[in-house]
Design a protein around this ligand. Structure first.
Ligand code: THU
Length: 136
């Protein structure tokens, strides 16, 4: 699966965003090492704190289906109805969830404006000196 295809999947996931409070819609597409894609969107809540980010939705869907090995994730986010002009990088909590299941040296995070314009980082760049399962 190319980066471009994964970004297109993230854009598709974004259409399902439930974000009536922030009006900030996020979509994520998570690729497993075996080639399967899990989509996620942000899901907000009237009580605010139960809100789940798109990235974690994708991870939790995948892990709950038995997946444990991941190669990359594409993320797209922006105000509903507006052109996306800023890269949506994963929040700190989502980076920590990635840290739990991904190799920081090889897992790729693709933050996209659209399927042709995106930035790519390794997880180790987004979460240096992190704390993971092997630290316990
Ligand atoms: N959000 C995500 O889904 N992913 C991120 O990486 C950053 C923030 C969501 C949470 C909330 O629904 C909205 O964007 C505004 O913070």
């Amino acid at each position: 699966m190319t980066d471009k295809e994964l970004v297109l999947q993230a854009l598709k996931a974004r259409e399902m965003s439930y974000s009536p409070y922030s009006n900030f819609a996020v979509g994520a597409a998570l690729l497993t090492k075996s080639g399967k894609v899990y989509l996620g969107c942000n899901i907000e809540n009237a009580s605010y704190t139960p809100t789940n980010c798109a990235e974690r939705t994708a991870f939790f869907k995948a892990v709950s289906e038995g997946e444990r090995e991941f190669s990359k994730i594409a993320i797209v986010g922006g105000k509903v109805g507006e052109k996306i002009e800023m890269y949506a990088y994963p929040c700190g909590v989502c980076r920590q969830v990635m840290r739990e299941f991904c190799d920081v040296e090889t897992f790729e995070v693709i933050s996209a404006l659209n399927e042709d314009v995106y930035q790519k980082n390794l997880l180790k760049e987004l979460l240096p000196y992190g704390f993971g399962p092997e630290n316990l």
